[in-house]
Structures are given as structure tokens and as C-alpha cells.
Design a protein around this ligand. Structure first.
Ligand code: IMP
Ligand code: MG
Length: 177
């Protein structure tokens, strides 16, 4: 089997939308500082593009999580592979994600991070697949695009670790050979 990538959201469309979201965020956090937390690895391209366009002061930190095996996945328990370097006490935290699918990862992460006493926690995602949501309590504050239930790559998102560097969002299509 080989795969092809069909463009879903081209580079200009993604860039334009990130600019809009960055303006919204800059306006809503006027007079404050934002502590942006990138969920590795998928969130890294989006985080950089977004951070460059935010006009209030930002600091950055990174976290890496992985889901436990399929059996325990339904419990929503994820393992912290790399924790944050800095404390969150009193900070305005903005979590930056590539995509929200079932919502399990974010639900767990929100729970963990809120217990570290930040002043506020908001969530910003490049993509959301609302049809796929299993955990209903994940409140998305900023979303660039709602997309249909298709497997996408590019702009940080991978298929078997490939395609993260595509400057657009594409759908993976498989050809039978
Ligand atoms: P959730 O816990 O089900 O919301 O899983 C979210 C994670 O699954 C994302 O951070 C991605 O790493 C991965 N994921 C979900 N959908 C896609 C997709 O369409 N392409 C690539 N990765 C995806
Ligand atoms: Mg992710």
C-alpha cells in the first residue's frame, strides 16, 4: 500500500487563520503575559507561527505526553514523557495543541496543569475534529479549523512520524497496489 496526500487547507489559508487567532489572543490578553505550553511534537510548528504573531509578551515551555496502551486509553490516563521546566503558579497559561480528537489527552493534561495553581488556563488548537469527541468536558477557547473525521498530516502532524514538515494540512489517502 502506498499513500498520497490531498491538500485540505493550503499554506495561505492556514497562515491567514493563525494571524486572525493571534489577533484575538493578543486583544484578549492585553496588559498580561502569556505562558504558552506546547504539546510536543505535533504542536511545535503551530506554536512558533502563533507566538510570532502575538503582540503581548510570551514565555514558552514544552511538554511531551504519550497515551498508555489501547486498553487503558479509555481511562484517559496519559504518561508525561517530558514535563515542563517552569512552574505555573500565578501564570496565564495557554496550552497549544495540534489537534483535538477524542479529547482524552487534553482532558488529562488540563487536569494536571490546573492543579499547579496557574491564574488561568486556556486551550488553543490548530485543528479540532468535533465528531470524534469522547470526553465532553474539554473546552476549546481558540480553534483555527474544525475538520471532518479524516486522518490529516502536515504543520506538525504526522503519519508514522512522516509529513510533519509539510507547510499545509493534507489528508492521507491510501492506494491499493
Ligand atoms: P486525543 O487524546 O484523542 O484527543 O488525541 C489527540 C492526539 O492524537 C493528537 O495530539 C495527535 O497526536 C493524534 N491525532 C489525532 N488525530 C490525528 C490526525 O488526524 N493526524 C495525526 N495525528 C492525530
Ligand atoms: Mg498532539
Amino acid at each position: 500500500m502506498s499513500e498520497r496526500i490531498r491538500v485540505l487547507l493550503d499554506e495561505e489559508t492556514v497562515d491567514q487563520r493563525i494571524r486572525e487567532i493571534a489577533e484575538d489572543i493578543s486583544r484578549e490578553y492585553a496588559g498580561k503575559e502569556i505562558h504558552m505550553i506546547c504539546v510536543l511534537k505535533g504542536g511545535v510548528f503551530f506554536m512558533c507561527e502563533l507566538a510570532k504573531r502575538i503582540t503581548v509578551p510570551v514565555s514558552l515551555d514544552f511538554m511531551s505526553v504519550s497515551s498508555y496502551g489501547d486498553d487503558t486509553k479509555s481511562s484517559g490516563v496519559v504518561r508525561i514523557v517530558k514535563d515542563l521546566d517552569q512552574p505555573l503558579e500565578g501564570k496565564e497559561v495557554l496550552i497549544v495543541e495540534d489537534i483535538i480528537d477524542s479529547g482524552r489527552t487534553l482532558s488529562y493534561l488540563l487536569d494536571v496543569l490546573k492543579r499547579r495553581n496557574p491564574n488561568s488556563v486556556k486551550l488553543c488548537t490548530l485543528l479540532d475534529k468535533p465528531e470524534r469527541r469522547v470526553v465532553k468536558d474539554v473546552n476549546v477557547d481558540y480553534c483555527c479549523f474544525n475538520i471532518p473525521d479524516e486522518f490529516v498530516v502536515g504543520y506538525g502532524l504526522d503519519y508514522a512520524q512522516k509529513y510533519r514538515n509539510l507547510p499545509y494540512i493534507g489528508v492521507v489517502e491510501f492506494d491499493e497496489e
